[in-house]
Design a protein around this ligand. Sequence first.
Ligand SMILES: [Zn+2]
Length: 60
Amino acid sequence: MYRYLIETPHTEQNCRNLVHLVNAAGYLNHFDWGCMGGVHCGWAIIEAENESQARRGARV
Ligand SMILES: [Zn+2]
């Protein structure tokens, strides 16, 4: 297993939808969000075998 940093840059307009999607996928607790500070991006460390699996796992 390797550790991958997943970034989810988004616009203020997409913010609610994205957080909802990530929450629905069960990954909300994995992410740290910059939204409250006006930086609309989330970051998470995902453990996976490769990058594409990490992105699938994070559903972003
Ligand atoms: Zn946001």
